[in-house]
Design a protein around this ligand. Structure first.
Ligand SMILES: [Zn+2]
Length: 273
């Protein structure tokens, strides 16, 4: 299909609208300004957003269909934990796909900014929803602290969502996630050095998850590898696609860690004083 349908003539960096000139090392392959229908048609020909679309589009459908089979819906006391976790795993990919498919819409910068906020909102949701089972399990034996921490985290996340969806630069966007990251890190410390509980195997998986997410964000900001060879990575292998793959790996580690904790919680009894 990709060979049969050539698509419209693609643009060079200098010819694209200024709000789409966010990576000066990607020189060619920009889609022209398009209607929604033309944006959808761009799923079937080569251009410099195709890798971004499919690197999150394919995992979205795989997660949507496959995750329900591995989530222990009925074996957990609170089924809402499972629902929150499932939504967490799905949210960053769907927002991202919509953003990358329609970013060159004729609506211009206003539509672009709205789509970017949607993309960031998805990342905020995986941060927020993904951490809720971790908080719930870490503080399992302290119900009052547990509920206070969940509430505090949701408020902190609302602030993070506000920052991330209104930020104007990549660095400011990353900064929006720092507070949530520090909160999770303090939970990890509480598991290791305090009275936090959880599967002995899950912490390592959550640390890998956060490391992948941070590394992905950093690669995206420093624009490696295309910075060293402008034009070579226009369609494949540039920093944004590397970040996309790291985000998918981070979600898989989140899923593994949460499964460990949910399996562990079944047989755990909090010590009674
Ligand atoms: Zn993206």
């Amino acid at each position: 299909m990709m060979g049969l349908y050539q698509g419209p003539r693609l643009l060079d960096f200098a010819k694209t609208p200024s709000h789409l000139q966010f990576n000066k090392y990607v020189l060619t392959g920009y889609r022209p300004v398009s209607t929604a229908q033309e944006c959808l048609r761009s799923l079937f020909y080569m251009h410099n957003e195709l890798g971004n679309i499919y690197s999150h589009g394919i995992p979205f459908f795989l997660f949507l269909v496959l995750l329900p089979f591995s989530i222990p819906w009925m074996e957990v006391d609170n089924v809402w934990i499972c629902i929150v976790h499932y939504l967490a795993c799905l949210s960053p990919t769907i927002g991202s796909v919509v953003y990358h498919v329609f970013m060159n819409h004729v609506g211009g910068e206003h539509v672009y900014d709205t789509l970017l906020s949607l993309d960031m909102f998805g990342v905020c949701l995986v941060n927020t929803l993904g951490a809720i089972p971790i908080i719930y399990i870490t503080l399992l034996c302290y119900p009052t602290v547990q509920q206070t921490a969940l509430l505090a985290y949701i408020l902190l996340s609302a602030y993070g969502i506000y920052c991330a969806t209104t930020a104007r630069t990549n660095i400011l966007r990353l900064r929006a996630f720092v507070w949530q990251g520090l909160f999770r890190f303090s939970l990890f410390l509480f598991r290791v050095y305090g009275s936090g509980v959880g599967s002995p195997n899950s912490l390592r998986l959550f640390v890998i998850m956060d490391s992948l997410a941070v590394l992905g964000g950093v690669v995206n900001i420093i624009q490696i590898p295309e910075r060293f060879s402008p034009g070579l990575f226009d369609n494949w292998g540039n920093s944004h696609q590397i970040m996309h793959v790291m985000v998918i790996c981070a979600i898989i580690y989140l899923h593994w860690g949460t499964l460990e904790d949910l399996a562990w919680i079944k047989s755990y009894q909090c010590p009674t004083e």
